[in-house]
Each structure stands twice: as structure tokens, then as C-alpha cells.
Design a protein around this ligand. Structure first.
Ligand SMILES: [Mg+2]
Length: 232
């Protein structure tokens, strides 16, 4: 009998939650700021231009996709290449226990998804051992010389993360009450409020997010199986 995080895997019957959605930055990976902020600081993009984009995006003067394209243009102008971005990302670490948790949830029969305002490259580089049933995230494609060629913005960041939960619940035919969400950031409020069971992850989670969550978990290891699987 295999025991993982104190739960006997063979004893698992139907999962308490049939769909578990994870945020990426600060949740599945132990990097406690949005990857975009890290990339712009690392490559030294124009801070005034970026601030202007953020302000216009948050004010609704430009769409999220326009904001994303503008952000990528600033990174391209600052010399960000695939190789340099990969090198930066490889200096980051997955959260301890995260990939084992994803595997255990799927082995128990739950669907597992990522809904993130981050970057697909981070998932591919740091969690390549994980299989997900769905991933909603921003993507970037690079040209032959490794420069940023184009991007595709996620339709599901910020408040729209909650809409992603509804899309996935319908896709996998799971009632919203049996959807769990694990997240840590300012962009997770709407989806946390929508989930049947919400876990605010980590000591960096803002108080306003913790207030919306059913449970606040922190520590060095993401050992959430006892919360997400039935009691043995
Ligand atoms: Mg996050």
C-alpha cells in the first residue's frame, strides 16, 4: 500500500473534488511574484512604458491581449530571447510536493488543470514531469534566432479566471461545488470565490484572498492531499 502525505492511495474512493485547478506563479512554482514582473526587471525593459501599459490595462483602456502584446514588445526591445528566458526560469524551483500532488490527484481520478496569467514556458521548463488535463495560460513563440516572435494571451487572467473555472467544470462535467482551487495571488480573488473549495496557498497569499478561501495552507511542502481526497 502506498502512503502519500499520510493518505493511503489504494484506499481512495471517489475523490472529494473531481476537478482541482491550480494557479502557477507562487503556487505550483515557488516564485512569489508574477513571472512578467521578474522578466521585465531581469531584462531591464522600459519601466515608464510598462507602467503606462499596466495603467491602461487595469483601467480597461486596452484589452488584456493588447496589454500582453505591448508587454512582449517591451521585452523584445529589451533583448529578451528564448535562451535567456529559459536560463532565468531554470533558476526557479517548483513548489516541493507539487508534482507529487498533481500525480496523486490524477491517480485518484480527479482532473487537474492550471489557470494562470503566467507563461507556458515556465510550466514546460519546471513541471515537465506533470500531466495536466487542461492548461489556460499565456504563450510566446520565438523566431529562428530565439527572439520573441509573437504571443497568444490567455482569455482567463484576473477576474476572468473565474470564467475559466466554469469552462472547465462544463468541459469535464463537474458541478462547481466539486471544483477545488489552489492559488496565492491578487489575480485569484474571483476564482477563489467561485470554487466549491478554495485553498489560499502560502504565507505570501494576501489577507483578502485568505478571507475568501475555505482553507489557508502554508509551509515548505504542498501536502494538500488530505484536504482534497476523502478521509481514509
Ligand atoms: Mg500566483
Amino acid at each position: 500500500m502506498q502512503v502519500l502525505f499520510g493518505v493511503a492511495i489504494e484506499s481512495l474512493g471517489a475523490m472529494r473534488y473531481d476537478l482541482v485547478i491550480f494557479d502557477l506563479d507562487g503556487t505550483l512554482i515557488a516564485h512569489h511574484e508574477p513571472i512578467w514582473k521578474t522578466l521585465h526587471r531581469h531584462f531591464g525593459s522600459d519601466p515608464e512604458a510598462r507602467l503606462s501599459l499596466v495603467r491602461r490595462g487595469l483601467a480597461g483602456d486596452i484589452s488584456y491581449a493588447e496589454w500582453f502584446d505591448g508587454d512582449l514588445a517591451l521585452l523584445r526591445a529589451a533583448g529578451a530571447t528564448r535562451a535567456a528566458m529559459v536560463e532565468l526560469v531554470r533558476g526557479m524551483k517548483p513548489t516541493v510536493g507539487a508534482s507529487a500532488l498533481v500525480a496523486a490527484l490524477r491517480r485518484g481520478g480527479a482532473r487537474v488543470a492550471v489557470v494562470s496569467g503566467g507563461l507556458r514556458l515556465v510550466l514546460d521548463e519546471l513541471l515537465s514531469d506533470c500531466t495536466f488535463d487542461a492548461v489556460f495560460i499565456n504563450q510566446v513563440w520565438f523566431g529562428p534566432a530565439g527572439t520573441i516572435e509573437r504571443g497568444l494571451a490567455t482569455a482567463y487572467d484576473l477576474g476572468a479566471k473565474a470564467a475559466a473555472l466554469d469552462v472547465l467544470a462544463e468541459r469535464f462535467d463537474v458541478p462547481v461545488g466539486r471544483v477545488a482551487f489552489v492559488g496565492d495571488g491578487d489575480n485569484d480573488h474571483a476564482i477563489m470565490a467561485r470554487a466549491g473549495f478554495g485553498i489560499a496557498w502560502g504565507e505570501h497569499a494576501p489577507d483578502t484572498l485568505v478571507a475568501l478561501a475555505d482553507h489557508h495552507a502554508s509551509g515548505d511542502m504542498m501536502d494538500l492531499m488530505a484536504l482534497l481526497a476523502p478521509a481514509p
